[in-house]
Design a protein around this ligand. Structure first.
Ligand code: AMP
Length: 287
């Protein structure tokens, strides 16, 4: 049994459950308040605070875990990062009051007070820049600190930036880009059975993440335009070309296409005279 620590609430919790669901690992908890759940035969989930997950995994209370990269870095613990799960994207940023006159890192004066929930990352960031600041650790709501006189600037997580804006703060630099990660204790690899289970977990979750950014495109295209089709839909190993019964001048082409370029692909296929274009989601993609 591999024990996996999963966020119990907050931004990462719902997306983590959805990911396990999509990977066919149904998180079957005994009721909403359960602290653990079985995950198929190989895995067991424990539900804990995202902040605690790096420590729990590093200490061996769980074999693996899902949490934000920001929290992994802040913990300072030695952990294997097995996959970027891509959700929970945000950045840790330095921000100052709009009217503070601080527009760049170099405007921050020596000894300035920096309020943050991430004291370890913040100290290191300014130390590496050779800037002397006083870090003021807070346990939340750092954005209020410059307004009540306990800090000059803050280092806080930013997603859309609207929290900073409504609090009269301006983002001046990025400290760290973050998203959710699958982490494991380096000791898990010492046990062959656990290492195998971990590899299965990485493959299951990564294949779902890889598929989210792709679509499967099917179209009937004029056989005479196949060279142009290859240029438009390269596919994983070139597009699949299938004869159509009574298709005559047309063949069916299937390919995996990046979701960001799907509209372009469809327009290009139409321009070649393609017909019956179908686009579907992919559940898993193992390259
Ligand atoms: P926003 O207003 O969208 O910039 O969101 C900023 C607020 O949401 C801050 O208070 C952050 O602490 C929090 N936040 C944004 N993204 C994340 C994330 N991925 N993980 C945890 N907290 C986040």
């Amino acid at each position: 049994m591999l024990r996996i620590a999963i966020p119990n609430k907050g931004r990462l919790a719902d997306e983590t459950r959805q990911l396990f669901d999509d990977a066919g690992l149904d998180v079957r908890a005994r009721g909403d308040r359960a602290l653990s759940a079985s995950l198929g035969g190989l895995f067991e989930a424990i539900f804990v605070r995202a902040q605690d997950i790096p420590e729990f995994v590093a200490d061996g209370a769980a074999d693996a875990g899902i949490t934000g990269f920001d929290l992994v870095r802040e913990s300072g613990r030695a952990l294997d990062e097995l996959a970027d799960l891509e959700f929970g994207r945000c950045r840790l940023a330095v921000a100052a009051r709009d009217e503070s006159g601080v527009n760049a890192l170099d405007d921050i004066t020596e000894g300035a007070r920096v309020a943050t929930v991430f004291p370890r990352i913040t100290e290191r960031f300014f130390r590496e820049r050779g800037q002397v600041v006083t870090v003021v650790p807070v346990s939340g709501a750092a954005e209020i600190a410059p307004h009540i006189g306990i800090a000059d600037v803050i280092v806080d997580l930013v997603s859309t930036g609207s929290t900073l804006r409504v609090n009269g703060l301006r983002e001046i630099a990025t400290v760290l880009e973050s998203s959710s990660r699958l982490i494991a204790s380096p000791t898990v690899r010492a046990d062959a059975a656990r290492a195998r289970a971990l590899d299965e977990l990485v493959a299951a979750l990564s294949s779902v993440i890889a598929a989210r950014g792709k679509r499967y495109v099917m179209a009937n295209v004029p056989r005479a335009r196949l060279d142009d089709v290859r240029r438009i839909v390269p596919g994983l190993n070139g597009p699949t070309v299938i004869d159509i019964m009574n298709g005559g001048a047309f063949v069916a082409v299937h390919a995996v296409v990046g979701v960001a370029t799907i509209y372009r692909t469809i327009a290009d296929l139409k321009a070649l005279g393609a017909e019956g274009i179908l686009v579907t989601r992919i559940e898993r993609l193992m390259a």
